[in-house]
Design a protein. Sequence first.
Length: 263
Amino acid sequence: MAAQAKAGRLTVGDGAEAREIAYVALPATPAGANLPGFVWLGGFKSDMTGTKAMEIEQFAAKTGRACLRFDYSGHGASGGTFEDGTISRWLEESLAVIRSQTKGRLVLVGSSMGGWIALLVARALAEAGEESRIAGMVLIAPAVDFTSTLIEPGLSKKARDEIEKTGRWLRPSEYSPEPYPITKALLDDGRTHQLFGTAIRTWGPAHILQGMQDPDVPWRHALALVEHLADDPATLSFISDGDHRLSRDQDIARLIAAVAEIK
């Protein structure tokens, strides 16, 4: 009998910092009990109902493996305000949900910003002596250090001045008619989590999928990440006609093949 995914909410933080994090957890069945479960870590302004997240859950259900997906605060079904979001807050939420709703070995599957969060989650688990829980990771267009390497260099003087004066700038979106705020808090906090320039560990095999037509995360960004992964096995797959989302049928097939390899 197939396991049923269960939706829930977890309170993270105290007092004024408390926010309700929405998640959906699929338990393993006996068929997949000895295989690592999947954790989906979404991108900036994305939610857990996207195509890739749902395909991962469907693959987990077919193979009896556990799967966890959730929304960061200010995203999707979770509480909190997007404008209050920082990498520190979203990392705290990720660790809280993972520790609350998973057990055993895990495959971290991170998309865009979620790739950066996945690497930070792995580092935090290792610092807590839990590196044995990391079976590996699959990263889709990983936007490592994106606040300082991808956003800040492209800011106009007007945008920089507005951020300094008001604490935020409304950035036009390629994916929505509504602009979204880039805050000084997000940029300042992002610098405290920079990974480039240091040795980056994954504590297991990593497979990176990167579209070469990605307008948001250049393919050279993925190559730079691999150059930092000196101590763990890493595979980098370039999709010559792939965009940022990598949500076409052929892209999903590559994603499922990559996660299926980690056992």
